[in-house]
Each structure stands twice: as C-alpha cells, then as structure tokens.
Design a protein around this ligand. Structure first.
Ligand SMILES: Cc1cc2nc3c(=O)[nH]c(=O)nc-3n(C[C@H](O)[C@H](O)[C@H](O)COP(=O)(O)OP(=O)(O)OC[C@H]3O[C@@H](n4cnc5c(N)ncnc54)[C@H](O)[C@@H]3O)c2cc1C
Length: 434
C-alpha cells in the first residue's frame, strides 16, 4: 500500500530514544513515521539515564506511564556531597518535589526497548526498519529521497521517499554533517566518563541520586531497578579531568574499559552511606566515554529536513537532560506538524519546530559546559578545598537554592510552569486539570 496518498510520511533516521519517541508523537499528530535504524538489531545498550518530569509528562501522555513505573525507579531526591562525603545540597525530586509527574532513573537500553515495543505494537512492526544506515538524501519540490545501505543484504543501496526527513541519528549524525560539513569530531571537554552498573545494597532513601566531588573529579550514583537478594542495580558514573590533550578515545558509548584505569583515583572515597571503590570494583563491565558536545548551530531545519535529539544538540550529560530534551524535541516536532494534510508543504512547520526548540536547547548545551546545577559542587571545592565545619560559612542556602531553580527554569522543568501544562501530549488539548 502506498501510504503517501493517505498521510504525510516522515522518514526518521535513527531508532534511539529521540527517533522512537518522535515516531510515537508523529503518529498522534497524524503523520506516518517510519524509523530507519543503522544497527542490525536494537539491543538494550547503555547504562542508566534520568527522565525529568517534563519528559515523563510526554511519555505518560503517550500512554507509557505504567511501563515506565515498572521499568524505572522513581527518584525521590538529589543530593550533592563533597569529595569527602560532606553534604552540600539536597532537594526532593519528581512527585516528592510537587511535580505531577515522577522523575525516573532508568536503564537507557530498557527504555529504548520499551519504546521500540510501543512503536511496533501501535504503529506496526514494519515501522522500525533495522540494519539501514542513512548515507545521504536529496530534496525535491514534493519530497525527500533518502538513501540507505541495507546492512542485512550486503550493504545494498536502498532509497525511500518521504515528505520530510528527521535526522535523529545521534552525536555522529550524518544528516547534520550534510549541512555542517566542516564540523569534525564533537568537542572534548577534557573530562572522561567511566560508567557501569553494580548490584549493591540500597543507599540513603533507596531511591536517591547522589553526586560527590567537584568539576575535576566526580562520582554519580543512583538506583535503576531491583537486583537480587534485596539488592538494587546501582548506575554509577566516575568522572575525571584528564586534560584536553587526551582526546584519543572514540565517542563510542559501548567502549569497554578495565576499571583499574580509573579506580585508583577513587580509592579513598569510602562514605558512610556509599562505598565508591567497592561499587566500582564489583561492576562486571565499565564503559568509557569522553564527555563531548558540539557548539550550538543556528539552524536545524533545511526545507524538508530537520534534526532532533543528540543530532541537533549533543550536550554533556549534566543535569539529566540528554534523553529528556530529545523527548521534548519529539513533542515539539509533532506539535508543529500536527494536522498536516497529505501533499502539504511541511517547511513552515519544520521552521516552527526549530524556533521552539533550538534556542532553549542551545542554552542548556552552554549551561552544561559550566556544570549546570552541579556548579555549586565546584564552588564549595574552590572555597573550602580542605573541608569546613559549617557549610553556611562556605556557601549560603540562597546561593544553592538559586542555582538549582535557575537551571530548572532553563531546562524547562520549573515545577509551577510544568504543572500548569495539561496531561495531554499537545499543548492546546488542555485536560481541565491544568
Ligand atoms: C548505544 C548507546 C548507548 C548510550 N548510553 C548512554 C549512557 O549510558 N548514558 C548517557 O547519558 N547517554 C547514553 N547514550 C546517549 C543517549 O541515549 C542520548 O544522549 C539521548 O538518549 C538522546 O538520544 P538520541 O535518540 O538523540 O541519540 P542516540 O541515543 O545516540 O540514538 C541515535 C540512534 O541513531 C542510530 N544511527 C546513527 N547513525 C545512523 C545512520 N547513519 N542511519 C541510521 N541510524 C543511525 C544509532 O545507532 C542510534 O540508535 C547512549 C547512546 C547510544 C547510541
């Protein structure tokens, strides 16, 4: 059946979290989306990520609230500590902070599988085509010809036609490179991330997210699900300044590394409530990723082609925003295209999408370079590198409070503003509770 005659067709390149949520949102908007993913098989890769309440609002509007609740852990609070484990800041999160929607700590791959299942069940199995790597595209007056190599068939070239193309193909986006050919590798921050998951005893509230340290050396941990024998699966990220000269590591999220590479730097980090070296040592696998982003660009939409998620705004994983912002992009894209008639011109809608999302995400990219809300950890380290008796002699509660709330407004999850939004996917469909 040629669906082009019935509904506008969006070709989505990339079946990560951004691409899959885009397909679900576009379906709600009356657009027929087909996702083409380069991997031969979508597997539950990655470690933990966080979904902020605004992203959970969107996924809940897509009917995924129950699946999220059974797959992730509803985070109760976020706490910052010094490298010695002294408390700096603590704030409730998600429903505990008064949001209508939880914040979830969740395994990235499990979230991706949940979304894949939703797309295949609701839209049809054929709406996610794996083993297809986008290689190029050409725009014409009435559509886009998108070129792939079919990796399941000896890299046979395949061309499909759509009304529009969404480049949701991640940090190494081919779609972005088409428009920005002079961009080379993503910009390395000088900080290396080592990530892993360890089964261990629950810590603090049992659903707390912690960060300890400062800008040059940090440890992040949060539970992402139940383990065996009363233990929980704790996602952790060890981060360290290694210098910009050490930019040899490929930006491959699946690069396995020996824990001995970084364990010695965290050897003394035994806190009464968390044994950091013990957690690192007990992990089965650790992954290395150089913390990288790209400079914000001033255009995402080029006539019938646009960018979404990491392809549009790769950012440091600071403030739990990577996946959440990709989900907000997907909602904004579908909102802009909603109700588009078959054969209609999508160009104005793609321009509206860009103007709704490019500015806000560029601000987050830049704020994350300055550590986002975690900047207070560095402030405390700089002012009191050898510790303190009273935190208030080092940093005031007002300064801590201001930093936290400023970032929430910037990243679009100020509680009052978010709670005023309805539970429906599209903004104008107010559900009466807002
Ligand atoms: C395997 C993997 C593991 C990750 N692990 C973590 C993690 O542990 N912590 C963290 O903070 N972030 C992780 N990320 C990044 C995180 O998922 C993203 O920052 C965020 O979810 C935004 O998602 P996205 O869909 O825009 O990009 P991505 O999640 O990167 O998805 C992009 C998708 O596009 C596909 N693709 C790439 N090129 C092409 C092409 N030419 N044609 C077709 N498809 C293409 C990729 O295979 C991928 O599935 C990981 C990403 C990947 C791909």
């Amino acid at each position: 059946m040629d669906t082009r005659t019935e509904r506008p067709v969006a070709i989505v390149a990339g079946g990560g979290i951004g691409g899959l949520v885009a397909a679900l949102c576009l379906e709600e908007a009356g657009i027929h989306a087909v996702v083409y993913e380069a991997a031969r098989e979508i597997r539950a890769l990655g470690v933990g990520i966080n979904l902020l309440p605004h992203a959970v609002r969107a996924l809940s509007a897509l009917g995924l609230a129950d699946r999220l609740a059974t797959t992730g852990v509803a985070t109760t609070d976020l706490r910052y500590f010094t490298k010695r484990g002294e408390p700096i800041w603590s704030e409730p999160r998600g429903v505990d902070a008064g949001y209508r929607w939880p914040q979830y700590s969740i395994h990235r791959g499990e979230l991706q599988m949940l979304l894949l299942e939703a797309v295949r069940t609701r839209l049809g199995h054929g709406r996610v085509v794996t083993g297809h790597r986008l290689t190029g595209f050409t725009q014409g007056p009435d559509g886009v010809e998108v070129h792939f190599t079919d990796r399941n068939n000896g890299d046979t070239p395949v061309t499909v036609h759509g009304d529009l193309l969404v480049g949701a193909d991640g940090i190494h986006s081919v779609v972005r490179a088409h428009y920005y050919p002079d961009e080379t590798e993503p910009v390395f921050s000088g900080r290396m991330l080592w990530r892993g998951i360890t089964e261990a005893a629950p810590f603090l509230s049992g659903r707390t997210m912690i960060m300890a340290g400062h800008a040059n050396q940090k440890f992040v941990a949060y539970p992402i699900g139940a383990g065996t024998g009363g233990r929980v699966r704790i996602n952790w990220i060890a981060e360290r300044q290694v210098g910009r000269g050490d930019d040899r590591v490929a930006r491959d999220w699946n690069r396995v590394v020996d824990v001995e590479t970084f364990l010695p730097h965290f050897a003394g980090w035994h806190f009464p409530w968390l044994d950091v070296p013990g957690l690192i040592e007990a992990a089965r696998t650790a992954y290395e990723f150089p913390m990288s982003d790209r400079d914000p660009v001033d255009r995402w939409s080029f006539r019938r082609v646009t960018l979404l998620g990491d392809a549009a705004h790769p950012m440091y994983p600071v403030g739990s925003n990577g996946a959440s912002q990709a989900i907000l992009d997907a909602v904004a894209l579908a909102t802009a295209l909603r109700g588009m008639a078959p054969g209609a011109d999508p160009v104005p809608a793609l321009a509206r999408y860009e103007s709704a999302r490019l500015g806000p995400t560029a601000k987050i990219v830049l704020s994350n370079r300055e550590q986002g809300p975690e900047a207070v950890m560095q402030v405390v380290e700089s002012r009191a590198p050898n510790g303190f008796v009273r935190l208030e002699d080092v940093i005031s509660h007002a300064e801590l409070e201001q930093t936290a709330s400023r970032y929430k407004r910037l990243a679009g999850f100020d509680p009052d503003a978010l709670n005023r939004q309805g539970a429906s996917l599209f903004p104008e469909a107010v559900d009466g509770r807002a």
